[in-house]
Design a protein around this ligand. Structure first.
Ligand SMILES: Cc1ncc(COP(=O)(O)O)c(C=O)c1O
Length: 379
């Protein structure tokens, strides 16, 4: 029997059973426009409020500081827009350039001056080496890196930034950490934070942004007064209900999921470690267990990906958003990883719905693929 083992969970995750059930119920309910003043509109508004409560609780934020968007990309755009529109003088943003394209490309598109934060080979910001410029409008931090899974020391970075600049806008991209780790927007003292639904078994095309000071914020999508005036357009009620259900589920299992995924990753690594094959681990030991980036020496990651696909196992080489772009410097390149090593990179992203058996099959098949590849190459 052919396998069907999905290990590309950083690109997106399958809808959970509960999310599907809740979304189908919402479809049958045939929700009307939440802005309508009649009874039918009010029912939709109630469903949205319920979802907002779950989504914001999982963000560890008050519901009045959370706004639905179309996903992590829009949330990142909205945050950068806040700073870019205040073009009274030159705007300066600090970032690592190993961030997701919804950050790096947006900063480029606005033509914003950047201060590149020093990072180590895992993409972790080197606090001791930061020489922050005299003036800084914004700093962007990706909490968990989407390609190699490194975790930024949020408290330390935010504290250092706040010490020098009490009012600089701090934005956190928490798309890969939301629903997997506890977030602390208030303790970190950040201004905005992006999250997305489809990375936690919710539907695609829906996400949210935390905004510390909604009253001082401008809408990025201008239109009607939906979402307390901060995001125009009739709300994606089905997406919102699905996102709410996904968040509700994650809230119950946050810690047990993390433990389960750590064990799955260990099982996978044990099989690789016991095999007589060569590989480099790009991910840090201290990173998230949800993401494992490996490089196979003198190999093409894409070929390994397709060999695995033939066996019914789905992995990736890099993030879905940067896999098709050739013009931008890729995050691993920014981290100082050599071109050869990047060429041979594969990314394995676990989720808690996987079983030990599936992970064992996947690792065993990967070992076989690498051996076959080496034989083809006469090694
Ligand atoms: C770190 C990070 N930020 C932002 C995004 C974009 O999120 P979305 O797909 O919801 O637009 C992604 C998606 O892969 C991501 O990994």
């Amino acid at each position: 029997m052919k396998n069907n083992i999905y290990l590309d969970n950083c690109s997106t995750t399958p809808l959970s059973k509960y999310v599907k059930t809740e979304m189908i119920a919402a479809m049958n309910e045939d929700y009307k426009n939440p802005s309508s003043l009649h009874r039918l509109g009010i029912t939709s508004e109630k469903a949205m409020e319920k979802a907002l409560k779950s989504v914001s609780t999982l963000m560890n934020a008050m519901p009045n500081k959370v706004f639905f968007t179309s996903g992590g990309t829009e949330s990142n755009n909205m945050a950068i827009f806040q700073v870019a529109k205040a073009r009274k003088r030159n705007v300066k943003i600090a970032l690592t350039m190993a961030d997701h394209p919804s950050i790096t490309e947006t900063v480029k598109a606005y033509g914003i001056e950047t201060y590149i934060l020093p990072i180590d080979r895992f993409g972790v910001i080197k606090l001791e080496e930061i020489e922050l410029p005299e003036h800084l409008d914004m700093i962007i931090i990706t909490h968990v890196h989407n390609e190699i899974g490194s975790i930024q020391p949020m408290y330390e970075i935010c504290k250092a930034v706040r010490k020098k600049y009490p009012t600089t806008h701090i934005h956190a991209d928490c798309v890969q950490s939301y629903g997997k780790f506890k977030l602390h927007p208030e303790d970190w003292d950040i201004d905005t934070m992006s999250v997305s639904s489809h990375k936690i078994h919710g539907p695609k095309g829906i996400g949210a942004i935390y905004i510390k000071n909604p009253n001082k914020t401008s809408p990025f999508i201008v239109g009607g007064l939906q979402q307390r005036g901060l995001r125009g357009g009739t709300e994606n009620i089905l997406g919102i209900v699905g996102f709410g259900a996904a968040a509700e589920e994650r809230l119950q299992y946050l810690e047990s999921n993390l433990e389960k995924v750590a064990l799955l990753k260990r099982t996978f690594m044990n099989i690789l470690e016991d095999a007589d094959i060569e590989y480099h681990v790009n991910s840090s030991e201290n990173g998230t267990p949800y993401i494992l980036s490996l490089s196979i020496p003198n190999a093409k990651g894409e070929v390994i990906l397709h060999m695995m696909e033939e066996r019914g196992i789905y992995i990736s080489t890099s993030s879905a958003c940067s896999s098709k772009s050739s013009h931008a410097r890729k995050p691993l390149d920014v981290m100082g990883i050599s071109r050869d090593r990047i060429e041979g990179t594969i990314r394995i992203c676990f989720n808690e719905q996987l079983t030990e058996k599936e992970v064992t099959i996947a690792a065993t098949e990967l070992v076989k693929c690498i051996r076959t590849y080496n034989q083809w190459m006469g090694r």
